[in-house]
Design a protein. Structure first.
Length: 120
């Protein structure tokens, strides 16, 4: 059974690029466009991993990550935060919220695939 990945980004262009990069592997890809949808799909679909943008409508990626990691049913879902926020403080804060990896945009497709592969 292929691993299930939930890709979350409010930009259709970014979402398409991330899904395209991840399709090189035999992973099942589902998507969400805001923080609330990401939480709903996480509870319903039980993905193995989230590729999660930080700047999102309704709930930001930090809030989504924190909620996933503090909820017993979703605490084991791996989270790869993806953001244009590249400062060390952003990375530190992301890991503090429970993220398993932090990737800065723009990124190479291979780097995204490698980060996801490390966590699965």
């Amino acid at each position: 059974m292929p691993k299930k990945i939930l890709v979350v980004d409010d930009s259709p262009t970014e979402l398409k690029a991330m899904v395209g990069a991840l399709k090189v592997r035999d992973w099942q890809i589902i998507t969400a466009i805001d923080g609330e949808e990401a939480l709903e799909k996480s509870e319903k679909e039980h993905p193995d991993l989230l590729v999660l943008d930080i700047v999102l409508p309704k709930k930001n990626g930090f809030q989504v990550c924190r909620q996933l990691k503090t909820t017993p049913e979703t605490k084991d879902i791996k989270v790869v935060l993806v953001s244009s926020k590249g400062q060390e403080t952003d990375r530190f804060w992301g890991i503090k919220q429970g993220a398993d990896e932090y990737i800065v945009k723009p990124f190479k497709d291979d780097d995204l695939v490698a980060a996801v592969s490390r966590q699965l």
